[in-house]
Design a protein. Sequence first.
Length: 860
Amino acid sequence: MSKDKTFEKLRQFFRMKKGDVSQLHQKEYFQLTPEIEREICATDNSIQSRIKKLRELSEHVLYSHLEEIAIVKIYDHIVDLLRPEVPKEFRCVTFQFMRCIVQGQYETIVFMRRKIFLLIQTHNIVEDLVQRLELLQTLTKNGIDILHFEEDIVKFMMNWMKEVVDNNQTTLFLGILVNIIKYNAAHIDEDVLSLLVLNVCFLVLYKDQSLIPSCLDIFDAVVCYSTMSPEVLPNFIRTFCQLINMHTYSQTCWKIMKNVLGTHMGHASVHIMCNLLSIDPDVQERHTISPLRGAMFCVAQAMWGAKEFPNVRYTLSSVLGYMKSALTCHHPHCDHTMVAMEAANCLHLLFLKLGPRLGYHVWTCVLEVIEALVCVVENKKSKPLDPSTLTLARDALVECLTDIENLMLNRQFHGPERQVFVLIERCSHMLPEPLVLRLITYLTKGIEPVTSNWLDKMDSLLETYLRTDSRTKIRTKALEEVAIIFDHNCRLFETEILSLILKHVRDIHQDPDPVVRASAARLILKLCSDVQSPELTLKLMESLQKMLLRPYYCSDPPPVANDTDVQDVKVIVEGLVSLFSTNMYIMPSINVINAFSILAAHLEMHYKKPHVMESMASIRRKIFDCFLRIRVNGSYNVGYHDPPGKTKFSAFLQIDYLDSPTPPTIRIDEIRWKDESSSVQAPASSHSSGTGPSDTLTINDPDIATIVRDASDLRVEEREEDEEDLILDRASLKKKFIITLPRAPLKLPTPTKYPMAYISLSPAVQCIVIALRHDLDWTIVSFLLQEIPHSLRNRALVLTRYNNDVDDLAAALCNMILLPPTPGTGGVGGERRTPGPDTYRNAPGRYQKSQTTCLSGSRV
């Protein structure tokens, strides 16, 4: 029992299954008989018969056991079949038979190994190269076992390499060589190994790329299992710096390079790569791939990569200096954009790992490298091998500058900030908007009167970031910063700064970007409120007026405006309304008068070319709201009515009036009819419509309405029996208008010590009249009809008119009552008829003509 257990344990130790007798089966002995010897020997036998016998014996020598003496005899009998005069196919059979002997009798052939190796070494027939390689592979177990020819095989392989490469059998050859180095490195002399490395470097750089994986295996074996001489290290490093550029082999190359850097050769390797970055261009061959990029990558990984290499003792400033040299050299066959891209990627890695810990001196070196990067990217003469490389280099450069910007924002940058912003300014056209916005803020801080050429700097700022740059946010930021500069220095240098601003915004109305125009409009409006010089203010107002006229003259014919295109118009209108309402209480009043005139002129353009701004009712309503808030006190001072508060009147602005002790009178000069107009002089007569004396003007016409005017309102009472029977026929109807005007106590302006300015409201009234006649937007018409009475309650405002403005207003209101509906008619240049239900835009759902009649009639 104990013996069985012991035998079972032995089986388990050798992982043998129970009952598996075949594993214990030994080869059968094959005896070489004299008869067999006679058949394979050269005596009295033809080559054909001998070859036939070898084919028969192949299976026996492969699977049976022969004595070593029998193997020696067989070898001696068949070696003559490998002579050159023997046909090739017979030699192939002989080599195949010898492979079977080696493979089947591997443990038996001990002393025969060297004899077979010498056969392979001395057999110089090129046609048998493959058979020799296969026999050597079998003899050495693919390079693992080189017993009895350790000293000779590597030299033989080196001498044989050229012949193998020329016959395209390199893959099998290199596979044997890898195992020879890996398993027998101790038997290889240093000089032989150096020659081997040089030959493999030659294969990598000058032969088929399909050999690269096998060559890399040889390099890996040399680094891991042997020692490389210093003489061959430069060629080895150069080869790897070129191979690492290939994406397919980059990971394998870096793995081998890490092994080199981790050895005692690490510092020497970095030194070689640094010298490679500053190498003389004449040394480079025309047909080699530039190793600069690979050297830059490896040096960066060795200095500040994920893995630390204690043997590398270079400083950051030294390495950065070599990187700068690589970027500034004029290499004739180097793709500088590719090198620049790699340098930027290396710097990005440096910032991520060591950015907050870098000192001032290192940052200075870093910025010098970035400056060289900018030069490469901006160099128009540099033609990259791949057009996309330039884009990649620019993106990498932008990423570097963004990293530095983030460090500055986090207060982790310890270098010269001024030099950083100089670089950002130099390549601002390719940087993202946040960096350029921060750059503009920085440049603005340096534009002060105490600095030299500060006006030139301001001019350069506007030229670069307002007129040259096409990005909206950057252009608007430039305008905002210019406003800040003006606020800080306007008291002493108002004229100089404004002249410079006007130089750049004079033609801003031609800019296609509505957001930029709107931003420029805000700046100009701000300047109009703050500037004291009338001449400069007038120029600013001219720029605003050009921007307001842009929608009408930007093309021929002008297109229909939309909300996006008229952003600047809305800003200007709101700004001028605000300027008019706030600046009338300060001097000079010319700004208020100009603002009023521009608003009135713009409103008039709405009706001269109605199709352009017909949908911009909000702009018209804003202007009308401003006009209808104007008030005049008893001294004819102009004020602005603000509903939440009281009306405040200006001490510097008055409405225009006649210098006469008698108050002006109101006249209704004409009422426009369908095809004619009549001007009726009102004979003086006396009627009483209230308490107190009054002047009564009576106009004899068909009796249809009585217009009663008291001290605070103008009311129309319409008397008719049937509204549907109302016909506009002066011959068949008799109307009678009774105009009752109370005698209002009017005062002449009180003398004041301040210089007084005068403003005429006639343009505003005429715009209101035109709107009542021609505007087809119900929101505007209803707004006017609701707000006009509030203005007419201001007696001084109404009674200061010397022309027919109030008459035109009343006539327009009367036309809205009296004239019959004519849908779809109207427009500038012809008399507008009362719109019908299908004419008004934005009208209520159940719009009736009586609604307009009631609204306008109540206002009259």
